[in-house]
Design a protein around this ligand. Structure first.
Ligand SMILES: [Zn+2]
Ligand SMILES: [Zn+2]
Length: 181
């Protein structure tokens, strides 16, 4: 398990604005505005908590405690990208993000809240599909999430196998951005 954790490729998100690409890596604080982004992100998450948002920690490794799970979820790359976009590009209605791995349940829920509360359209192209968040909902209608929560292991396995085979090839970042734009 430990080895798996170390070799796991970090998730990253690319945000494009006016042909400029901003890269965010999960849990990474090397971005020049990292401190400001993280502070803002914590404020947003806390405000959502008051409205009933609870971080979904079930996708996180189970060998760490609940507080740490929430902490590691808080800095997933798409959350950092969205916080940065909200801070920096206040006038824009649409936020476009490309993510190299699948968006987790918690980020999916978080992005729905952001689209509703900040009146933003958010388009995320993750490893498996497009998500278009608007008015607190997503175009995928939580397809994967509901399916996997059905807890029918045969169905889930078949579904995951089909997702694996229909996955887009591992394209270069530039090619992936072309899919989003
Ligand atoms: Zn996440
Ligand atoms: Zn979705």
């Amino acid at each position: 398990m430990q080895e798996k954790r170390i070799s796991k490729k970090p998730g990253y998100s690319l945000l494009t604005v006016d042909e400029e690409i901003h890269e965010f890596v999960s849990g990474d604080s090397s971005h020049p505005e990292s401190e400001e982004i993280r502070k803002f992100l914590v404020c947003i998450i806390d405000s959502f908590r008051d409205e009933g948002y609870t971080p979904h920690t079930s996708n996180v490794f189970h060998d760490i405690d609940e507080e740490e799970k929430e902490h590691s979820l808080s800095y997933h790359s798409e959350k950092l990208a969205v916080a940065f976009a909200l801070l920096r590009f206040k006038d824009r209605r649409t936020i476009r993000i490309m993510k190299n791995v699948r968006t987790c349940r918690d980020c999916h829920c978080f992005l729905k809240h952001v689209s509703g509360k900040f009146d933003k359209e958010i388009i995320v192209r993750d490893r498996n599909r497009f998500h278009h968040f608007s008015n607190g909902t997503c175009s995928c209608q939580d397809y994967c999430l509901n399916f996997c929560l059905g807890l029918d292991s045969t169905k889930v396995e078949a579904h995951c196998a089909s997702v694996r085979t229909s996955r887009p090839p591992n394209l270069a970042a530039k090619e992936l951005m072309a899919l989003v734009l």
